[in-house]
Design a protein around this ligand. Structure first.
Ligand code: SF4
Ligand code: SF4
Length: 294
């Protein structure tokens, strides 16, 4: 059966390995129901190239990928659902690269069409292209929180000391029982409200941006009842919200799936002290309970 959409073009993938999010550049070429792709992964500064061969049946893609320099070293399968022409979601399955294990590993695997805007997580962010993105430059929006591992990765990749781009937020001074002592907050540029890494209307650390950036204008909030909730900030300034409930629902549908990729981080990232700060400073609306998403 022939495909219903044309997926040819450049995409960015996200997957998780050893609790770290990786992104790949994926170039799809579609001929009727056949889909091939060149995949380039920057794996801890080593460039790895893969070739994907798949078939589209209705809104499902199934295929295999191989490491193109030596197909015996690494191969696996990818199954994806076509959510829309800009967003695919599914699972990648491969054999563990840990030499002490030959376990089969599965990772959630999401693909977003690359619109070259380097803004936000959703293609709908295109409304902000060419202008200052209101999430990255708005004094009314908190600068993103950065987890310790994220700060280390940004520092290493950008060859900048953490103190240059982030301030340590030590909640332990306010709360004796607080355990996450090395949480950071992004600094703004001198004489400007823009994020330290926002240059020429783009995020210059897009592929390694903090999780807090990845899901804006959504957030994860721990409520007083002890449950984690998906919320969105009630702001007119983000173009994708635009006070349109249909947009909010459509985008939150994509977010629900994307959250699977972020799951390992959720408890570390959203805790009662960050959440009380969110409540004090921002108006928000609850969409659903996180446990209902899975
Ligand atoms: S303000 Fe909203 S629409 Fe604009 S880049 Fe940020 S998340 Fe996207
Ligand atoms: S790191 Fe990137 S996405 Fe996050 S606030 Fe800065 S410019 Fe925006």
């Amino acid at each position: 059966m022939s495909a219903i959409v044309n997926l040819s073009g450049e995409w960015i993938s996200s997957f998780i390995q050893n609790n770290k999010i990786y992104n790949e550049k994926v170039n799809f070429e579609q001929q009727e129901d056949k889909l091939i792709a060149d995949i380039i992964l920057n794996y801890d500064n080593e460039i790895c190239k893969y070739r994907f061969n798949g078939k589209i049946n209705k809104n499902i893609i199934n295929g295999t990928y191989e490491f193109i320099e030596n197909s015996e070293i690494e191969s696996g399968t990818i199954s994806l659902k076509i959510i829309n022409e800009n967003f695919l979601y599914g699972v990648a399955t491969y054999i563990s690269d840990d030499e002490n294990s030959d376990d089969i590993v599965q990772s959630p695997y999401a693909l977003f069409r690359n619109t070259n805007n380097n803004l936000g997580t959703f293609n709908l962010c295109s409304n902000c292209v060419g202008k200052s993105a209101t999430c990255c430059c708005n004094p009314n929006v908190d600068s993103p929180m950065i987890l310790p591992k994220e700060a280390e990765t940004i520092s290493k990749d950008m060859k900048i000391d953490i103190e240059k781009f982030a301030s340590k937020v030590d909640f332990s001074k306010m709360h004796n029982d607080y355990t996450l002592k090395d949480l950071y907050q992004m600094k703004r540029q001198d004489n400007s409200n823009k994020c330290y890494f926002y240059r020429d209307n783009k995020c210059t650390i897009y592929e390694i941006r903090p999780i807090d950036c990845r899901i804006f204008p959504y957030d994860i909030k721990l409520e007083k009842d002890g449950n984690y909730y998906l919320v969105y900030y009630k702001t007119n300034e983000c173009q994708i919200l635009n006070e349109n409930i249909k947009d909010i629902k459509m985008v939150s549908y994509n977010t629900r799936l994307f959250l699977r990729l972020l799951l390992p981080y959720i408890r570390e990232w959203s805790d009662k002290y960050c959440c009380s700060h969110l409540t004090e400073n921002h108006d928000y609306e609850i969409i659903c309970k996180i446990e209902d998403l899975f």
